[in-house]
Design a protein. Structure first.
Length: 293
């Protein structure tokens, strides 16, 4: 079995059959190439020769190198996925990754910001368009819970300001509608107004654009958020995805039902949304301690 050929076929399968994004496919490729190198170091030249203990040894080795729990879990998912593919193609008779589960310690609960921390990043008066844009990005991410890729691909025609709804294309090219809060609408309109004055001849259809008037990149979003967070000493705990975590956590804390939050986040499996109930449980514990005799 030629590992490189199998990898190429698998990645093509993810793109054509699963409609995964280029970023997701690239992550799978990197993870599996790392696993292939480990296999070669163990004198295993073909995926059908791998045993369960080899997969475990690889993961433990990466953990000792200091790889984050989330990255370890993703590595295991990548390995499971390619072996599942090989099994469906009847290229293997044994799946060495099938019975391996990621230990709970590999899956830390998502961290979130509190409302005052988010407010501190967007409350200061700004005059430059890039500062206003960054504040609008932060308000938008927190108001909608969008993924960064969903945000940068959002076009003006996708937002209905009158109804306060936006149409989003998420993972697997699945469309969903997400409410947009009044504060986010106000800030977006302010940004778009300044943008029209700054770039009067720009006809770019994307909501958020860079200084050249072109669609923003993931790195551009990350840099802008880090800069605004650094101004209020929150740089270390702030990244684009933390606003999605905060969006879900705050909704559940304030009584939103899990199914509605699942729909807004675009999760295909409600168990993915359930990780955000940890904060609710902490709050219930505090209430119990405070009021139970």
């Amino acid at each position: 079995m030629n590992n490189n050929l199998v990898l190429s076929q698998f990645l093509n399968y993810l793109y054509v059959q699963k409609s995964l994004s280029e970023n997701t496919i690239l992550a799978y490729k990197r993870d599996l190439q790392k696993f292939f190198i480990f296999c070669l170091e163990q004198n295993i030249e073909s995926l059908d020769k791998v045993q369960s203990e080899h997969v475990v040894a690889f993961l433990l080795g990466e953990k000792r190198k200091g790889l984050k729990p989330s990255s370890l879990s993703r590595l295991l998912i990548s390995i499971k996925m390619i072996y599942k593919y090989l099994a469906t193609q009847k290229m293997i008779s044994f799946n060495p990754a099938h019975a391996i589960d990621a230990p709970r310690l590999w899956k830390p609960l998502p961290k979130n910001l509190d409302l005052s921390e988010i407010d501190s990043m967007i409350s200061s008066e700004v005059r430059k368009i890039n500062q206003l844009r960054d504040q609008a990005v932060i308000e938008f991410l927190y108001s909608t819970g969008l993924r960064v890729t969903e945000l940068i691909n959002l076009k003006l025609k996708d937002i209905d300001f009158d109804s306060g709804l936006l149409k989003c294309v998420g993972k697997g090219e699945k469309e969903r509608y997400v409410p947009l809060g009044k504060y986010a609408i106000k800030r977006i309109k302010k940004y778009l107004s300044m943008r029209a004055k700054k770039y009067p001849y720009n006809r770019e259809s994307y909501v958020f654009v860079n200084p050249s008037g072109k669609k923003m990149s993931r790195v551009g979003i990350w840099y802008g958020i880090k800069k605004r967070a650094g101004e209020v000493n929150l740089e270390q705990k702030t990244h684009p995805h933390v606003f999605r975590h905060s969006f879900a956590t705050h909704l559940l804390e304030n009584g939103a039902d899990l199914r509605s939050v699942q729909e807004m986040l675009g999760h295909s499996d409600i168990s993915t949304t359930q990780i955000y109930t940890h904060v609710d449980r902490k709050r219930l514990k505090l209430i119990h301690e405070q009021f139970h005799p």
